[in-house]
Ligand binder design. Structure first.
Ligand code: PLP
Ligand code: COI
Length: 339
């Protein structure tokens, strides 16, 4: 293995040794198989290619100071994948099978779990696709569940540094009663044009508004949104956003720090009242937002005039990372320590 520059990893694909796969055929899930191929042989009429029967997940494993590998909240990802499967009529993989696959693939690739000091982690990408052939618009009879891993650094180049995001009303990533609450590829395809436009204008992401009325804050392309005002942690409740496991964890941590958690519709007018704003997710961790530019209304909201992350974001970030790496005790049972 060429030596990896752990401290300077970006959020990209680096090949590792193995991936794991489970096939669904004749109404049942088969045995877990280990593969060293980066490719999937597939029927050209597979439903994932034509009708978007595809869901994925994202979670991380961390190496602690004690050298042990910890996987963060994998049961939550297993459950969310079940919800995605129901949402687009794919075969449902039991939680225990999901967890077995995650532990196996991390163990097989343990040498790719970045060292504690590097701040990097092992990103775990489960994927579920319809592989059975259909020409009519119908769910497949066959599915493939696959998990690969890759060592990653921060999703946004800056790491834990404030970044600008923008609002553009000309694009939606999901429909009001569509697939926004599940993690299916179509939502991400729908976000590519707006994401590219935003990046070309110097923004790291788009902050989407609710697709029905464009009155409320929804989420960012690859992450949930939260804000801090006084002693409150404020985050959108919406029928078109992904229930983020990071956000759920931060809500718990904020509450335990004595903050009030407000999970509710957030009118866009409130943007001017927040003291801190941030994106949160597995890949984004907590990425503070320096400013939000509303490109249609020509307004700017600035949250980090000194260019530094806000104090509450920083406290939440440190707490979350400490639990993930095992620096602080796992009082919530969020962490699986690999044998
Ligand atoms: N929202 C979207 C659209 C995402 O893709 C992600 C990433 O998974 C998140 C939010 C954050 O979710 P989680 O914290 O479970 O990674
Ligand atoms: C994650 O945070 O795991 C994501 O899936 C976000 C993005 C890379 C799609």
């Amino acid at each position: 293995m060429k030596s990896i520059d752990w401290a300077n990893l970006s959020f990209g694909y680096l090949p590792t040794d193995y991936n794991v796969r489970i096939t669904y055929r004749d109404g049942e899930w088969g045995e877990l198989e280990v593969s060293d191929s980066e490719y999937i042989p597939m029927h050209m009429a597979a439903t994932c290619l034509h009708y978007g029967q595809e869901a994925f997940e994202g979670l991380k494993a961390f190496r602690g100071q004690d050298g042990k590998v910890r996987i963060f909240r994998m049961e939550e990802n297993a459950r969310r994948m079940l919800s995605s499967s129901r949402g687009i009529m794919m075969a449902e993989l039991p939680v225990e099978r999901f967890e077995e696959a995650i532990c196996k693939v991390v163990k097989l690739n343990e040498r790719f779990v970045p060292p504690y000091e590097s701040g990097a982690s092992l990103y775990i990408r489960p994927l579920l696709i319809g592989t059975g052939a259909q020409v009519g618009v119908k769910p497949a009879h066959e599915y493939l569940f696959l998990v690969f891993v890759t060592p990653v650094g921060p999703y946004f180049k800056a790491g834990f540094k404030p970044v600008p995001v923008c609002i553009m009303r000309g694009y939606d990533r999901a429909a009001p009663l569509g697939t926004g609450t599940i993690k299916v590829g179509g939502n991400y395809a729908a976000s590519l044009v707006a994401g590219d436009k935003a990046r070309n204008l110097g923004y790291t992401a788009v902050l989407y508004l609710d697709p029905k009325e464009k009155k409320y804050l929804d989420e960012c392309g690859p992450a949930n949104f939260f804000a801090i005002r006084g002693n409150s942690y404020i985050t959108p409740a919406s029928q078109s956003i992904l229930p983020s496991i990071t956000n759920k964890s931060l809500m718990q941590l904020a509450e335990d720090m004595g903050m009030t958690v407000e999970r509710r519709a957030i009118p866009i007018e409130e943007l001017g009242t927040f003291e801190e704003a941030a994106e949160c997710g597995t890949a984004a961790v907590i990425t503070p937002i320096s400013q939000i530019d509303d490109l249609d209304e020509n307004k700017s909201y600035i949250y980090t005039p000194d260019g530094k992350p806000g104090a509450v974001c920083e406290k939440l970030y440190n707490k979350l990372r400490a639990i993930q790496t095992g620096d602080e005790p796992d009082v919530y049972g969020w962490v699986t320590v690999l044998d």
